[in-house]
Design a binder for this molecule. Sequence first.
Ligand code: GLU
Length: 445
Amino acid sequence: MKSLNTLHNFIATLQKVAGQMNAHRDIVKYLSVPQRVVEVELPVEKDDGTIEIFHGYRVQHNNARGPYKGGVRFHPNVDLNEIKALAAWMSLKTAVMDIPYGGAKGGVTVDPYSLTDRELQRLSRLFVERLGSTIGPTVDIPAPDVNTNSQIMAWFADEYMRLNGGDGHAEAAFTGKPLTLGGSQGREEATGRGGVIVLLEYLKAKGKDPKDMTVAVQGFGNVGSYFAKFADEAGFKVVAVSDSEGGLFYKDGCNVQAMIQSVTAGGKLEKNICYPKKSVTDVEDDMSSCEPISNKELLELEVDILVPAAVENQITEDNANNIKASIILEMANGPTTAEADNILQEKNIAVIPDILANAGGVTVSYYEWTQNLQNLYWSEEEVNTKLERKMRIAVQEVLQQQEENLCTMREAAYRLAIGRLQDAMLLRGWIHPRKEDVSGKVNGH
Ligand code: GLU
């Protein structure tokens, strides 16, 4: 049911926006389904010698604008409909950012915390082996997502090179790799950093001062923790953080640097080298500065900015009415259901949509890939400067669409993306021009 909703959320918004913008009639049909679905069975040898079978997916949604691109997640809730929606959002995200990629997503239905390092490594390698030639530097380029990180990308890349040879820029088959193996400066932090750039650009356009605006962050993985760090540095007051175990509310603001240090110092979740982290709920010995809250309570806090940075379907029709923040910055993919989105619109809550807010990760993935293909190594400053410029342009373009069409930011971002995908698909001859699509565009010299 949950995952069906995820696909439904994508298709409902696609249909709504394509209708509003009088998009080509075939666009909805085309974008509602992926171009290819790869399903693999993964018999992984456990350390005790027994075999456990895991199911894996790679969904390639659209490559009209460039090779398929998107992360791979390891999570017990992964299923095909969820991955289909996430792949489609990648096509829209790369189009909003105007980077030359299509969209894809992969996933394995597994609780990675239940596996040892060696088991995880075997699972990762087998996934790449089974995907075979459906991935590659010019075909489909996977990256990290929920519960996958640079270590897992290192195993992916090593397996890919073992099977295909190391030449032909094989390292460009994956992004989010460790620096030592062709990763890019700034990739690890990119999604969080990008989110703060988007937020600042948005507030600037609205004439609002970020100083002391309060922020609640749901999720303290790669995205949530770096977002909190950069938001804190930019002058926002982070008052609540949470992860899958629960959360903490700090009336006077959380010491984000100390929090990041404590969770990465190891603890309960420190099972293996892939997840050297403990829960935010385990860091405070002295609880006088904070109080424990649930994830549900975090979403309903009296804050200026709410930042869902965990998984999809967190803001639903059950809790949308209780949200008190005036701005929601979607750092997770698909955290808001289509029904909740309508409620938020009625309540005049500004939603900065996922396909813009969290696009910093795939943008620096693009920089990693371009560096790999040319054997270049850019400095962190170079990468961050490029990221900032790119993200600010995307925010301005989305806000302009919003102003011209008097719509929500999500609708504006979808408009931009659907328009760009439609142009590419018309040029390729995948859909055929209507009168209004060719008028004024006919060849000149
Ligand atoms: N998993 C990230 C996302 O959802 C990054 C994808 C990538 O870098 O390809 O955008």
